[in-house]
Design a protein around this ligand. Structure first.
Ligand SMILES: C[S@@+](CC[C@H](N)C(=O)[O-])C[C@H]1O[C@@H](n2cnc3c(N)ncnc32)[C@H](O)[C@@H]1O
Length: 495
C-alpha cells in the first residue's frame, strides 16, 4: 500500500511543511486574533497545558452562561438529511417556509428517496468520534434524541405508519398554493438559489450565498458558472462521497477553501510585483503562499484518518490491518476523483494522500455534530398546544400532513462541522462546559454553555464521550481519540 499516490513522494518537503505543527508564537497570534476579531469574549487559547493547546477562561462564567458561540470553519449537512431539511448551505438555518419544508419532504418521500434520519452509519463512517451538540433533551448519549412525549396525541405515527397523500396535495403545499394555518408564527428566510446554477445549494441571504461561493462553493458547484475544471468529474466525486462517506465532501471544502485563499494571495502578490520593478521572488516557489492559505487548517489537531479511525465493532482485531488498508484505498479513490475536478497546479501538494488523510483525520478527532432543531417540529407542537376550538380547526388541515410525515416530522438538520476554537477544547470526564443548543440557537454555530461556575484562568473542558459511563468504558472510548484520560475524576477512579 505504501507509495500509492505519486504526489506524496514528489512533494514530500511541501507536505512536511504543511503538516508541521505551527510554532507556539504563530499559534498564539492566530488564536488571539481569532478571539479578538470574532469577539469571543472571556476566552483565550494557551499552549502550555499538559495536553497541547487548550481553551481557558479569561473572565468568570456563571452556571448556564454562554461560554462560546463558534462559527464553523467548514461544515456539511449529511447527504441523507438533505431530503428531510432544506437549510442554508452556509449557516445551516432552515429556509423557505413551513409549507415548503413539509411539502418538499413529502414530495421526496413520494419519489422513493431514502428518508433515513442520518443516524444510520454509512460505510466507514467518521461519525463515531463526533462530539454531540445536544439539544434540550436530557439524554446526552443520543444526539438525535427526540422527545415525542411532548407532542401528546400527535406523536402516534411511526415511519412505517406514514399515510401517503395525493401527489397534487403535496405539490400544492410545496409550491405555495396551499397555506397551512398559523404560518406567521414560524417565519423563515426565503430560499435563495445558488447563482452558479447547480440547483442544489440554497441560502438564507445573499451574504451567505456569496460567503459560501468565496469560501468553497465556486469550485464545488456543479452548475454552469462553476470554476471546477471538470464538472463531470465533480459530479462523480460527489456521487462517490454520497455512496461511501460524506466526510469526503467536507474534506473537499477544506481543499477548495485553501485553493481559493491561495489564489487570492497569489493575485495580491503578483500585483505587488507589478508595482515594483525589482520583483520580489518568493523563496521556495509558491510554498509560502500555500502555507499562508493553509494556516487556519494547520491549527487543527491532526492524525492520518486510516491510523486514527476507531475499529468498528464488527471488524475483528486480526482484520485490523486489512480494514485500515481498505480505508486508505477508499480515500485514494475519492482523492483521484476530486483531483480531476478541481486540480490547481500551485496547490499540488494538497492533492497528496497524506494531506487528504490528515484532513479527514482532523475531522475524526475534532468534529462536532451539527444539529439545528426543526421549525416543522415546533410548528406541530404549536398546533398541538392551541386551545380547543382553534386546535380542532387547525388540525382539520394539519393532521393529514403529520400523518404523512410520520416520525420524520421532528427530524432536525444533521451534519458535521469543524469549529476553530471549540476544537481546541480538551476533554474531561468531569467537564465544566458542554455543547448545548438552546431554544434560540437556530443555526450551525457551536454553542458551549458552562455546566457550573468557571473561574478566570480555569481551563474550559467538555466531554467527548458519555462521562457517566464506568471508568473502563470511558478509557476504551477515549483510546479511540488516542489518549488515556488523566482528569481528576479518572485519577480518583483509577484502580
Ligand atoms: C480536540 S483536540 C483538543 C485540542 C488539543 N489539545 C490540541 O492541542 O489541539 C483532542 C486531542 O487533545 C488531547 N487531549 C484532549 N483532552 C485530553 C485529556 N483529557 N487527556 C489527554 N489528552 C487529551 C488528545 O491528544 C486529543 O486527541
Amino acid at each position: 500500500m505504501e507509495g500509492i499516490c505519486p504526489i506524496d513522494s514528489q512533494f514530500s518537503h511541501e507536505i512536511s511543511a504543511l503538516l508541521k505543527p505551527p510554532p507556539a508564537h504563530q499559534l498564539q497570534e492566530y488564536f488571539d486574533n481569532l478571539i479578538r476579531t470574532r469577539q469571543y469574549l472571556g476566552l483565550k487559547v494557551k499552549h502550555d497545558g499538559e495536553f497541547g493547546k487548550g481553551v481557558y477562561a479569561d473572565s468568570d462564567f456563571g452556571e448556564g452562561e454562554l461560554v462560546l458561540k463558534d462559527q464553523m470553519l467548514v461544515g456539511a449537512q449529511h447527504s441523507s438529511n438533505k431530503i428531510n431539511c432544506l437549510v442554508c448551505g452556509f449557516c445551516f438555518r432552515f429556509i423557505g417556509s413551513i409549507e415548503l419544508q413539509i411539502g418538499r419532504r413529502l414530495y421526496l418521500q413520494g419519489l422513493g428517496v431514502s428518508t433515513s434520519n442520518g443516524c444510520g452509519r454509512e460505510t466507514f463512517s467518521h461519525n463515531s468520534h463526533d462530539h454531540c451538540q445536544v439539544d434540550s433533551s436530557e439524554d446526552e448519549d443520543n444526539c438525535y434524541m427526540e422527545d415525542h412525549d411532548e407532542l401528546g396525541e400527535c406523536a402516534s405515527s411511526s415511519s412505517k405508519d406514514k399515510v401517503p397523500l395525493p401527489k397534487g396535495v403535496v405539490e400544492s403545499l410545496m409550491n405555495g398554493e396551499l397555506a397551512l394555518p398559523y404560518p406567521k408564527e414560524f417565519p423563515l428566510p426565503s430560499a435563495i438559489a445558488c447563482s452558479g446554477g447547480c440547483g442544489e445549494a440554497y441560502y438564507c441571504s445573499k451574504l451567505c450565498a456569496e460567503a459560501d461561493w468565496e469560501s468553497s462553493h465556486s469550485l464545488l458547484c456543479t452548475g454552469e458558472k462553476s470554476e471546477s475544471i471538470c464538472r463531470e468529474a465533480l459530479s462523480k466525486f460527489i456521487q462517490h462521497a454520497n455512496e461511501t462517506n460524506d466526510i469526503f465532501l467536507l474534506a473537499a471544502k477544506v481543499i477548495c477553501f485553501t485553493i481559493l485563499r491561495y489564489k487570492k494571495l497569489k493575485k495580491a502578490h503578483l500585483k505587488e510585483q507589478e508595482k515594483y520593478t525589482s520583483a520580489i521572488v518568493l523563496k521556495n516557489g509558491d510554498l509560502p503562499l500555500l502555507l499562508e492559505a493553509w494556516k487556519p487548517i494547520s491549527m487543527g489537531f491532526k492524525k492520518r484518518w486510516w491510523d486514527c479511525i476507531a475499529l468498528p465493532d464488527d471488524v475483528h482485531s486480526c482484520d485490523e490491518a486489512a480494514f485500515r488498508a481498505q480505508i486508505k484505498e477508499l480515500a485514494f479513490t475519492s482523492l483521484k476523483l476530486l483531483k480531476e475536478a478541481i486540480f490547481c497546479k500551485g496547490c499540488e501538494p494538497l492533492f497528496s494522500l497524506e494531506i487528504y488523510g490528515h484532513i479527514i483525520g482532523m475531522f475524526e478527532l475534532n468534529n462536532l455534530d451539527l444539529v439545528v432543531a426543526s421549525p416543522v417540529e415546533d410548528y406541530f407542537l404549536y398546533i398541538d398546544d392551541l386551545p380547543y376550538p382553534q386546535k380542532k380547526k387547525a388540525e382539520e388541515i394539519t393532521r393529514q400532513f403529520l400523518d404523512a410525515l410520520g416520525d420524520d416530522y421532528s427530524v432536525p438538520c444533521q451534519g458535521t462541522a469543524f469549529f476553530p476554537l471549540q476544537s481546541c477544547m480538551n476533554h474531561s470526564c468531569y467537564p465544566n462546559a458542554k455543547a448545548f443548543k438552546r431554544e434560540e440557537d437556530r443555526d450551525g454555530q457551536a454553542t458551549i454553555i458552562a455546566l457550573r461556575p468557571i473561574f478566570k484562568e480555569e481551563e474550559v473542558t467538555i466531554s467527548y464521550i458519555d462521562e457517566d459511563l464506568p471508568f473502563d468504558e470511558r478509557q476504551a472510548l477515549l483510546a479511540d481519540y488516542g489518549f488515556r484520560c488523566k482528569c481528576p475524576k479518572c485519577l480518583e477512579e483509577e484502580p
